[in-house]
Write a protein that binds this ligand. Structure first.
Ligand SMILES: [Zn+2]
Length: 255
């Protein structure tokens, strides 16, 4: 069950998707990405959990539009373990890492498998359950995602896309449920597009450098000249990630 928070914006698309999955016997549940601190959103996903035993909360990565609601967890799920890569978000359990399995019910099928997919941020994970990949912000339902800088890494991101493509080819999942936007029914097409788009942008950055651009802002003016002002800060961040990838980031821009 997908519950969308009412926090639309240039970076969140139509809003953050919180997922509630229920166990085979329908007596327990897990929440993926509780989302922004909004009372109506909390009421909506807790209504989906209903009287089931909430066994776990998982966080795909640190960004506030996914994690902020954890700030009030003492009021709505004080005993429930929170699984996250970063220690500051993990609660009643150790931080998770690639390959970990998080059970949320009594059937062997009631398990989410953690796949480390760093890039958007260093702590980004995706989760596999029942043929679906819960991708957080690593893959979005519309458009492409940002590689943050200096938190994320374009090299890691390209590796993560390659890893997801392999897992898809191996039949580990067949659809993607992203943290923003609609479900993706053609993951191969989307993953390949993400990869080619990133590589194309890298070529454009190289060309901008050849044309004489020397700062991230100048590269951004050339490569992302057509973006809306609302996403210009995001474009500048990804340019910095691209320059870092190319080992061409001026020291003054390394923030
Ligand atoms: Zn994010």
């Amino acid at each position: 069950m997908r519950i969308r928070a009412n926090n639309p914006g240039p970076m969140t698309l139509t809003g953050t998707n919180t997922y509630v999955l229920t166990s085979q016997d329908d007596t327990s549940a897990v929440v993926i990405d509780p989302g922004p601190e909004m009372a109506d959103h909390r009421e909506a996903f807790l209504a989906e959990v209903a009287d089931r035993d909430l066994r776990a909360i998982l966080l795909t990565h640190q960004h506030a539009d996914h994690s902020e609601m954890l700030g009030s967890i003492d009021q709505w799920a004080p005993e429930v373990p929170v699984y996250a890569v970063l220690e500051r978000f993990a609660r009643h359990t150790d931080p998770v890492a690639d390959g970990d399995e998080v059970a949320f019910g009594d059937s062997p099928a009631d398990v989410l498998r953690v796949v480390a997919t760093p890039g958007h941020t260093s702590d980004s994970i995706s989760l596999i359950h029942a043929g679906a990949l819960y991708s957080g912000d690593t893959i979005l339902g519309e458009g492409t995602t940002i590689v943050t800088h200096p938190e994320g890494s374009l090299r890691d991101y390209l590796d993560s896309l390659g890893r997801l493509r392999t897992l898809l080819d191996e039949g580990e999942f067949a659809i993607i449920e992203p943290a923003h936007g609609p479900r993706i029914d053609d993951p191969a097409e989307v993953i390949d597009y993400y990869r080619s788009h990133r590589l194309e942008r890298i070529e454009q950055v190289k060309a901008a450098l050849t044309q004489g651009a020397t700062t991230a802002a100048e590269v951004c003016d050339i490569v992302y000249h057509d973006v809306d002002a609302s996403v210009r800060p995001a474009a500048e961040q990804i340019v910095k990630a691209q320059l870092a990838y190319l080992d061409a980031l001026p020291a003054a821009d390394d923030v």
